[in-house]
Ligand binder design. Structure first.
Ligand code: CFM
Length: 528
């Protein structure tokens, strides 16, 4: 029996029926089958997912350094999301609210009598002490339940103080995970900020990076490489991001999408409203970065830019060659499990492969089917007078399906320019025999560790210690455990160094997994 069935068979009939749709063993046959994703977690199962508020406030809005993000709710929500995501930011005009936690600290009487008064007070206080140009109010669960009109309070504050004040009804319970929160944040950022600023474009190659949150300094490393080549980075959404930069982002010529899951909404809306093309990129993993840089150069179709791109790639690769070989020799043949939010399990498989590490299990907390199955948007060359124009076509993973959208010539041109395989989602890129799990839970984590025995398990803080108690080193791929950056060329080496240190630490061999302490009979009954 394969690992998938061994785990599923331990469930009751009802849970089995649900979970079997979320767990897949990759084979030639299953590769083209759908996986259930973005659905409600079975109540009672210990999931690693976050909430709508986490996706809105924590993920998309939180990194904006010159915006005062105010959590309207009991203090726990603000406290728990305080500084835990490691989105780094440098102050530009002396204003950096990143290190603060602002909350209305709702108490029982406010829940009973309404919390709007307290919200107004908090805004007054924030204006007196910090005088921000923009306040964003984020609701947590109880606020939605008692019905505070945060949008009305925001409108009043705009009038009274002449600032920009936006309200986000991102109560935690909305939707099935943090994914709904991304969407809520994206909509308001698009409606209220993008396009409000003014700037005279100076440089030729102006780009935005979407879905890059500067965890551990990833965004800075990407900007360094892009600037070396000659790009102007207009705005990063939203790592080390600012209201000002976002307001001018409509003046860019191309949007790069790093994390598709959290920000594809803005990429699409900017395409519709401003005609800005977008392409998926991946700055995690050496091969992936090189491919992304070449695609960008191809988009602009400028020979000088292409030459400069190749120069920078060669130089960066030469700079890390020795370290790369060393870590490859240490890591080759190791195996990894990856369970992250909605895009990193895909991206980091590429980086692991650069060092000879095979991914035996991968999964997402809240990805949608397109993230798994590889329904992708790829750039295609449009046949018109200016052949550099690029049109987007939604592509299913079955190549025959997109062929129908294109003329034979376009199809051939496309194939010659871009290796489509590289743009597929997570599942089509995985080796046969590996396991894919959506919304992995605590029970399944233990079970798959027993069966697959990965050398390292990449995940988050909620399950890190559970994994380490089983004798497997766990590295956080959300926060990087206080390390990073992991994106870019030098980032790849940082990553390989940390992974090597983790795997070669002798401590893991000294840990006895909890199931190994069970009596033989009990262990047998428990399937251990
Ligand atoms: Fe995108 Fe992210 Fe991720 Fe995400 Fe996240 Fe994150 Fe993540 Mo944690 S935006 S989907 S909601 S890449 S916070 S920076 S690491 S779960 S895989």
């Amino acid at each position: 029996m394969n690992a998938r069935n061994i785990v599923l068979d331990q469930y009751s009939a009802k849970i089995y029926k649900n979970r079997k749709e979320h767990i897949m063993e990759v084979t030639e046959e299953t590769k083209t089958q759908p996986i259930a994703a973005n659905t409600r977690t079975v109540p009672g199962i210990i999931t690693n997912r976050g909430c709508c508020y986490a996706g809105c406030k924590g993920v998309v809005l939180g990194p904006l350094k010159d915006v005062l993000v105010l959590t309207h709710g009991p203090i726990g929500c603000g406290f728990y999301s305080w500084g835990t995501r490691r989105n780094k930011a440098k102050a530009e005009d002396g204003r950096n609210f990143i290190e603060y936690c602002f909350s209305t600290d709702l108490q029982e009487p406010d829940i009973v009598f309404g919390g709007e008064k307290k919200l107004r007070q908090a805004i007054d206080e924030a204006m007196k002490i910090f005088n921000p140009k923009c306040i964003m109010i984020c609701s947590t669960c109880p606020v939605g339940l008692i019905g505070d009109d945060i949008h009305a309070v925001a409108a009043e504050a705009e009038k009274e103080y002449g600032i920009s004040c936006m309200a986000f009804s991102c109560e935690g319970y909305k939707g099935v995970s943090q994914s709904g929160g991304h969407h809520i944040a994206n909509n308001t950022v698009m409606r209220r900020i993008i396009g409000t600023g003014d700037v005279q474009p100076t440089k030729k190659f102006r780009i935005n990076i979407l879905g890059e949150y500067n965890i551990g300094g990833d965004g800075w490393e990407q900007e360094r490489i892009l600037k070396r080549i000659g790009y102007e980075v207009v705005a990063v959404f939203t790592g080390d991001g600012s209201y000002d930069a976002l307001s001018k982002s409509h003046t860019a010529q191309l949007n790069l999408v790093q994390c598709h899951r959290s920000i594809n909404y803005i990429a699409e809306m900017m395409k519709t409203k401003y005609g800005i093309d977008w392409i998926k990129v991946n700055f995690v993993g050496l091969e992936a970065i090189i491919r992304s840089l070449r695609d960008m150069a191809m988009y602009f179709g400028d020979p000088e830019l292409s030459a400069r791109t190749e120069e920078v790639i060669a130089d960066e690769m030469a700079g890390i060659a020795e370290a790369k070989d060393y870590y490859f020799s240490k890591l080759k043949g190791k195996t990894a499990a990856l369970f992250v939010g909605g895009s990193r399990a895909h991206h980091y498989q590429k980086l692991l492969a650069d060092f000879g590490v095979k991914t035996v299990l991968a999964g997402y907390e809240f990805a949608h089917r397109d993230d798994y199955e590889g329904r992708e948007v790829i750039p295609t060359i449009k046949e018109d007078a200016d052949s550099k124009n690029i049109e987007h076509i939604e592509v299913e993973k079955d190549p025959d399906k997109y062929q129908a959208f294109l003329t034979a010539e376009q199809y051939e041109l496309l194939k010659s320019k871009i290796q489509l395989e590289d743009y597929y989602g997570m599942i089509p890129e995985m080796e046969n025999g590996s396991i894919v799990v959506d919304d992995l839970n605590q029970f399944e984590t233990d079970e798959f560790i027993k069966l697959l025995k990965p050398d390292i398990f990449f995940s988050g803080v909620k399950d890190k210690y559970q994994i380490q108690k089983a004798g497997v080193v766990s590295k956080q791929l959300h926060s990087y455990d206080y390390s990073g950056p992991y994106a870019g060329f030098t980032g790849a080496i940082n990553f390989a160094r940390d992974v090597t240190m983790g795997i070669y630490t002798p401590a893991w061999g000294l840990v006895t997994a909890p199931w190994k302490n069970k009596s033989v009979l009990k262990a047998k009954l428990a399937g251990g």
